[in-house]
Structures are given as C-alpha cells and as structure tokens.
Design a protein around this ligand. Structure first.
Ligand code: DX5
Ligand code: ZN
Length: 238
C-alpha cells in the first residue's frame, strides 16, 4: 500500500466527508455496493463487530483485504471489538485508510494511535452512546478522527439520538480552540433529515448506512447528503 493510495478521496473544495456504511449493503455483493458509491463517496465505512463488544457479528480482516482490492475508496474501518490492541494493526496492514477503535475497549489508546500512525494509517477514537466525551478530549491530538456515535453501537437502522450532538458541540469547540486537524465523525441514524443538525453541531464526517444502501440510487443519496452538510458548514463559516 503506497502513500498515494491512501490519499484523501474528496471532491475538490468539499469540506465534508461522506462515508457510506456497507453494513446496510448486500453482503453477497460488497464489490458492487462499493462501485455504486465510488465516484461520490469519500470513504467506505466498514463496521467490524465481534459479538463481544457489541452483540452483533459482522465482518473481519479477510473481507477488508478483499475490499481493498475491489475498490479505490479509502476504507474507514470502525472496530466495535474487544481487545483492539490485538487486532487493530492488522487492519492497518490490510490497507485501511483509517482505523477507529472504541475508548471503552482500549487500555492505552495513545499507544495504539501512535502505532497505527507509524504504520501509515489514520487513527480514530470512537465514543459510544453512554460514554461522555469530556474525559477524552485531551487525547484527541493523537488522533485524526473522533467518531461520536449518534446511536448505541451495534446495529444499523436505528433512530438518530439528537441529544448525543451535545458531545459533538463540545468536541468541535475543543478542536477549534486548539486549532486541531481533526475529523469529527457522526455514526448512526444519519439521513437527509438528520445530517444538517449533525453538521450544525460541528461534525464534518458523516457515516450513513441504511439511508444510502436501501435507496434505489445510493450515489444520488450521497450527493444530497454532501450538499446538505456543505450548505450548513459554509453558512456557519460565512
Ligand atoms: C452501527 C454502525 C454504523 C451503522 C450505521 O453500530 O457503527 O456504522 O452502519 O447505520 P445507519 O446509517 O443505518 O444508522
Ligand atoms: Zn460504524
């Protein structure tokens, strides 16, 4: 995996990252799902669940290796697993663009973030529904992405929880005050109806599973999600 292969795949001038989650795609046709969004999405979000950290069981390293060969999209791997210290580096070696692990599952998040970055990968820290963000804000300079769940991690298709955006607002204030280069990513229940609230709260990276892959035209949904988020972010900057 060369550095060029990991280059951010963002339309020029877009301040927004849209990351369709293949959790909502047809698992027998993941290559086709990736192709359906390849020209419009920024990252492909890959939910790894181990039936321990969360009750659900999804996909692991062999699938990520195959996806790496099947799509040029950067792979945004969201590890909902216990013991990321044991497994996360494997995802970096498999060619993930970004590896995000949960604070609730990790004893030494800074060490793991350093190791991921040393392997040429981006590092992400995820915060589940019931975890406050304040105690972890001091860690974010070690990360490229802070993923704030807007549902309880584990299943797609759940309803967006707007009260969790308080954590996004706090994190955005912290990142701006410290002039940090940090993506604040929201995950869970993101649709054309909820993305604007999340963008207004300070998110700039948006995971959407059901909204994208259950639509007749997934690429069109990605474009509309981007437009809505961009409109909010550019109005806030004006
Ligand atoms: C759930 C996953 C999400 C999921 C989101 O724990 O982390 O990425 O795919 O799905 P939707 O967009 O359907 O809420
Ligand atoms: Zn996810």
């Amino acid at each position: 995996m060369s550095v060029a292969d990991r280059t951010e795949h963002q339309p020029p001038g877009s301040a927004v990252v849209v990351a369709p989650s293949i959790l909502a795609a047809d698992f027998a046709h993941l290559g086709a799902a990736a192709r359906a969004v390849a020209t419009d999405a920024d990252w492909l979000h890959v939910d790894v669940m181990d039936n321990h950290f969360v009750p659900n069981l999804t996909i692991g390293l062999p699938v990520v290796r195959s996806l790496r060969r099947a799509t040029p999209l950067p792979l945004d791997c969201h590890l909902m697993i216990t013991d990321p210290d044991r497994w996360a580096m494997g995802y970096a070696e498999a060619g993930a663009y970004n590896v995000t692990f949960h604070i609730e599952a990790c004893d030494d998040p800074v060490r793991l973030a350093r190791n991921l970055r040393a392997a040429g990968c981006r590092a992400g820290l995820a915060i589940d529904r019931d975890t406050p963000v304040e105690p972890y804000l001091e860690l974010v300079p070690h990360f490229d992405t802070l993923l704030i769940m807007t549902i309880k991690a584990g299943f797609g298709g759940q309803e967006f929880l707007p009260e969790l955006l308080a954590k996004v607002r706090l994190a955005r204030r912290h990142a701006d005050a410290g002039h940090l280069r940090l993506h604040i990513e929201v995950d869970g229940g993101i649709t054309e109806d909820t993305i604007e609230q999340a963008a207004a709260a300070g998110a700039d990276a948006f995971v959407a599973g059901t909204a994208v892959f259950e639509a007749a035209d997934p690429a069109a949904v990605v474009r509309r999600l981007r437009r809505r988020a961009e409109a909010v972010i550019s109005a806030a900057r004006a």
